[in-house]
Design a protein around this ligand. Structure first.
Ligand code: CO
Length: 210
């Protein structure tokens, strides 16, 4: 109920202020998060909570199944703001096991608009069909696909003109891929991080010219 939600908010605000009287005044002044988080919209994977971060510490973009579409103005606007204005140093793409979006991408059922949104995951499933076929069951296949989707999203973030430009001007920004386990509450590093110097072919020419 909305009434309950507003009461919980009022209680939280009071507790916070009594613990740290300058807390809201400080945060209202400016945000300077270290991290930009691209995660799934799933209600069980809230960035601040699972990463143990306070308000002000992580700038967040979430969508169904943490897909990075190179034409998604919502994601690109948030990414550009994070890189150019907030000067974040760490970008995290975080997927999760048991992801409903990844599951939908593996089903032969119509899901309406979601089928368009999830097309990159369907494409990944086709590309890695042999690899995925080695998993013990459907659930394990979907979890492996969720990992592959994170790694693909990491690559796509790095290939945006936003990251390419930032690295050309020697910004020290790293993009990491993590996956969250709904069953144990743990984040795992997928070891697919990409850092400065990852240039697309055209930009490598520009880099040499610098
Ligand atoms: Co999900």
């Amino acid at each position: 109920m909305l009434k309950d939600l507003l009461e919980r908010n009022a209680a939280w605000s009071t507790t916070r202020q009594s613990e740290d009287p300058g807390y809201f005044a400080r945060l209202a002044g400016q945000q300077s998060p270290e991290f930009f988080w691209i995660g799934c919209s799933d209600s069980r994977v809230p960035a601040n909570v699972v990463a143990g971060l306070d308000p002000g510490e992580v700038f967040v973009h979430r969508n169904v199944a943490n897909v990075v579409h190179s034409t998604d103005m919502n994601l690109l606007s948030a990414l550009e703001f994070a890189v150019e204005a907030l000067k974040v140093r760490e970008i995290i793409v975080c997927g999760h096991y048991g992801c409903g979006g990844v599951k939908a991408a593996t089903e032969d059922l119509p899901h309406g608009l979601a089928d368009h949104w999830l097309e990159p995951i369907r494409r990944l499933a086709r590309s890695y069909s042999v690899d995925l076929g080695r998993e013990r069951d459907l659930e394990a296949q979907r979890d492996r696909l969720a990992e592959l989707n994170v790694a693909e999203s990491v690559r796509r973030v790095c290939e945006t003109p936003i990251l390419q430009r930032a690295w050309l001007r020697r910004a020290d920004i790293r993009v990491h891929g993590l996956i969250y386990g709904l069953k144990d509450g743990l984040l795992r590093n997928l070891d697919c991080s990409i850092g400065p110097g990852h240039f697309l072919a055209a930009n490598s020419e520009m880099e040499r010219a610098l």
